[in-house]
Design a protein around this ligand. Structure first.
Ligand code: SF4
Length: 201
């Protein structure tokens, strides 16, 4: 199983294949891995010990950050995210930790979750994807339905009180037009987050 895999200068962690969305642009539809990685489909969800063992196969000093990402939504396992982040913070305090997420952790766990990231995650990158709920539902097809977009925005806003860097991300053209990119920029600004426009792959 590929649990830890390098992408550029980051070491990425693949801890689950579960996700409550079915995004039209999801990379999982096109290939079994990314950036030359082996397959990111997991035989089983790795335990804390398996994740640490996978991390320890790499020299963390070679990487500029550790990123929870992979072929699923990491916050499906938010407790493991926090345990592993705590371990990294204790063992390698200078390495920044990023969480890439769809921002639906509050709905997944039926409780507020942003505060769990306090002092553990340095950057949270949340997939905004669209400037409104109706387009989000059509593009990301979240299992929670029409409340999802607002829940994601509320999570992002709450993260700004607990995580130093909060980024809302969207996919550039042809997924998001320049006009809609501008709307997303305003949304990010209004909650104190930055906007990142990822290239369509
Ligand atoms: S949230 Fe991420 S993993 Fe889930 S379907 Fe969308 S792109 Fe794929």
């Amino acid at each position: 199983m590929t649990i830890a895999y390098p992408v550029k200068k980051g070491l990425y962690l693949n801890i689950t294949n579960r996700c409550p969305c079915d995004c039209a642009f999801c990379l999982r539809k096109n290939a079994d891995g990314v950036y030359g990685s082996d397959s990111l489909w997991l035989d089983h969800e790795p335990s804390f010990d398996e994740i640490i063992a996978a991390l320890n196969k790499h020299n963390l000093a070679d990487f500029s950050e550790i990123v929870f990402c992979g072929y699923g939504e990491p916050t499906e396992r938010i407790d493991i995210v926090c345990e592993v982040a705590k371990h990294i913070k204790d063992a390698y305090p200078s390495i920044p930790i990023r969480l890439n997420t769809n921002g639906l952790a509050d709905l997944i766990h039926s409780k507020p979750t942003a505060q769990l990231l306090n002092n553990l995650i340095d950057t949270v990158s949340i997939s905004l994807n669209t400037p409104n709920s109706a387009e989000y539902e059509a593009l990301c097809r979240p299992k929670f339905g029409s409340c999802s977009w607002q829940a994601m925005i509320d999570f992002a806003k709450e993260c700004t009180s607990h995580v130093p860097n909060v980024i809302l991300s969207i996919v550039g053209e042809p997924i998001t037009s320049p006009e809609k990119q501008e709307e997303c920029h305003s949304i990010a600004e209004s909650i104190g987050a930055k906007l990142r426009i990822r290239p369509y792959e």
